[in-house]
Design a protein around this ligand. Structure first.
Ligand SMILES: [Zn+2]
Length: 369
């Protein structure tokens, strides 16, 4: 009997996370089989959560069962260079050249057989071609368009490039089946699910990531962000706090990206606590970074986060930078001097958090996305 599933799940994902043989997992597993603590809560709230990808529904034909269905392709990347190299000397309307130069971020599986391989019907190819032409004309005329199309190519961290998000997922799951303890790949897989609009699968990957490495800062951040949107404030708070605790030992981000991520985490905590004093009381202090602390991740020498006489503001994103920089450890010194907001001369180790000055303003807070 064919079971219709709106949101398909790859049985291999469940197999790797649960360490069960693939033969023990149904070919089209239900949501209730998703492992981990958070997936069920996110599934329940998925409908009310902010859409992670633009709506671009089109008809696709499943290669495995031949059935047609409407699927949200999400963000489309158009590789102009590849298109031009393919179509050189050929008819520029050649649809095979055209179709090989596009990619989609949306993650979806066949509603009927759970496969992830697709053919683009000619009608869909034509509609997509028109969409790209419209986007190109708008760019030329400098008219702002919705961000549904990007000119360029989606590539993975290891330099691979795929047509469908399900292919990227297979690529990562294949790697993870050989090294299931690689938190970095779990984190990358989680990001693919976010970009594919599947926050329920993303939390599974991020949870697995921090199970393998409790110091995977980016996974804590992503979990905090998704759980906050899903209304799970307590769980979100836990992970956002761990972003602050794990930053100093995390080596996968540029200093600027790390500061932005910490700042965003601080603002999310501020939104939850609704008060700057409560935020300052809540965020980790020096003794929590010591070896003895269960919250500490790595067995390194004890460190201290000093609360100095610093100015922070919640009116704009950059206003929280000094507080974010306090948690960067060695990475803070790698920020170019002209972008640093925290200077050694400001240091005063004995001052307490109450000395953090607040700049009040009636201006609406402007924050980065
Ligand atoms: Zn199918």
């Amino acid at each position: 009997m064919v079971v219709y599933r709106k949101n398909g799940i790859n049985p291999l994902l469940i197999s790797i996370v649960t360490n069960k043989d693939l033969s023990e997992i149904p070919p089209s597993p239900p949501e209730s089989m998703l492992p981990g603590v958070y997936a069920k809560q996110v599934c329940k709230n998925l409908g009310s959560m902010r859409k992670a990808l633009p709506e671009r529904k089109h008809k696709l034909t499943c290669v495995a069962c031949g059935r047609n269905g409407q699927y949200n392709l999400g963000l489309m990347a158009f590789d102009l260079a590849k298109y031009l190299s393919f179509s050189k000397g050929n008819d520029k309307s050649d649809q095979s050249a055209w179709a090989s130069s596009i990619q989609f971020s949306g993650y979806f599986r066949c509603h009927y057989c759970n496969s992830g391989c697709w053919q683009l019907p000619n009608q869909t190819k034509t509609m997509l071609q028109i969409a790209v032409m419209g986007h190109a004309l708008a760019l030329k005329a400098k008219i702002k368009k919705e961000e549904e199309i990007v000119v360029g190519r989606f590539t993975t961290f290891d330099g691979e490039s795929f047509f469908w998000a399900t292919e990227v997922e297979e690529h990562f799951l294949h790697k993870l089946s050989k090294e299931p303890d690689n938190a970095w790949i779990w984190d990358r897989l989680g990001n693919i699910y976010i970009k594919g609009g599947r926050l329920d699968l993303a939390v599974v990957a991020f949870e697995e990531s921090i199970k393998q490495d409790p110091c995977q800062m980016e996974s804590h951040y992503s979990l905090g962000k998704i759980l906050l949107e899903a209304g799970a404030k307590d769980a979100a708070t836990l992970h956002l706090r761990r972003v602050l605790l794990t930053a100093r030992d995390y080596d996968h981000l540029t200093p600027l990206a790390m500061r932005d991520l910490l700042t965003d985490a601080l603002f999310m905590l501020f939104d939850i606590l609704s008060d700057l004093n409560k935020l300052v009381e809540f965020i980790p202090k020096g003794n929590e970074f010591s070896n003895e602390s269960p919250e500490s991740c790595h067995d390194q020498k004890p460190v201290t986060v000093h609360f100095m006489d610093i100015d922070i503001s919640v009116d704009e994103f950059e206003g929280m930078y000094p507080l974010a920089e306090l948690y960067m450890g060695k990475h803070q010194k790698k920020l170019a001097p002209d972008v640093q907001t925290l200077y050694p001369t400001q240091s005063n180790t004995n001052k307490l958090m109450k000395e953090i000055k607040k700049k009040s303003s009636k201006k609406k807070r402007k924050r980065k996305k």
